[in-house]
Write a protein that binds this ligand. Structure first.
Ligand code: KIV
Length: 281
């Protein structure tokens, strides 16, 4: 990948290299991902669930997304950073979508936004305003209640055909890429063949042009149950709990802080201090 990943680079990567994207919500996660060499960071609205403790992504606000986007932007210099437009910021009107997208780039500093579902008029208007847009089809979590749960989408022939049509609509409207989430592998591969923009899969099999994961899932920081497409590459949650428990034991047993971990007076001040505290003045 070139030094700085840009929207044109991502478009040009189709059929040349597989794209790697991961969520980041703050400076440490952005730094880890960038140092690890990923192409794109997603300030995902999964923030609501994995960081803020909500049950769904619906509650997260634009202010919260901007707050976290700024932290990500301070810690990275090479990745393409995409910010999720939160639920309620683009559904009501084209003008509202443009306002939210422009605000994201202006106040959050991200390079592009992502929105869920089939909104070609919003995509066109955002792109015309200079805001690059990534689409998101399939199991779009902001529609969890409409779907009746987190259910794989595109499982019938009609639904699969509709998904291909929707991906084309998003591409024609100007999306530079599209996330396919919770989609049968055969269908995601066909969507990938049907469009020129790269597809980024999550729970959508190996036939996509790239893959994205929630960093807390990849690093074993989210509690089970885990979706079948998540095989943690580390168990940081368990490691963190063990480290905190170890330190708590050491504090209770009086093992920390040690003399070496403490600050001390210089020799002269220490001698005078001893005289004062022991009444030897
Ligand atoms: O919010 C998010 O983390 C996402 C990914 C699951 C693609 O949208």
């Amino acid at each position: 990948m070139p030094r700085s990943v840009t929207v044109p680079n991502v478009l040009a990567s189709k059929n040349h290299r597989r794209l790697v994207m991961i969520t980041a919500y703050d400076a440490p996660t952005a730094r880890w991902a960038e140092n690890a060499g990923v192409d794109m960071l997603l300030v995902g609205d999964s923030l609501a669930m994995v960081v803020l403790g909500h049950d769904t992504t619906l509650a997260v606000t634009m202010e919260e997304m901007l707050h976290h986007a700024r932290a990500v932007m301070r810690a990275q210099s090479r990745c393409l950073v995409v910010g999720d437009l939160p639920f309620g910021t683009y559904q009501d009107s084209v003008a509202g979508a443009v306002r939210a997208g422009v605000r994201y780039l202006k106040e959050g500093g991200v390079h592009a936004v992502k929105l869920e579902g089939v909104w070609p008029d919003r995509v066109e208007a955002l792109v015309a305003a200079g805001v690059p847009v990534m689409g998101h089809l399939g199991l779009t979590p902001q529609s969890v209640h409409a779907f009746g749960g987190y259910r794989v989408q595109g499982k019938t022939v009609d639904a699969a055909k509709a998904m291909i049509a929707h991906a084309r609509e998003l591409e024609d409207a100007g999306c530079f890429s599209v996330v396919l989430e919770g989609v049968p592998a055969e269908v995601a591969a066909e969507v990938t063949n049907a469009v020129k923009m790269p597809t980024i899969g999550i729970g959508a099999g190996p036939g996509c042009d790239g893959q994205v994961l929630v960093i807390h899932d990849l690093l074993g920081m989210s509690p089970p149950p885990r979706p079948r497409f998540v095989s943690p590459y580390a168990m940081l949650g368990e490691a963190a709990e063990a480290a905190i428990a170890h330190w708590a034991r050491d504090v209770r047993d009086g093992h920390v802080p040690t003399a070496a971990q403490s600050y001390h007076l210089n020799e002269d001040a220490a001698r005078r201090w001893r005289q004062i505290t022991k009444g030897e003045a």
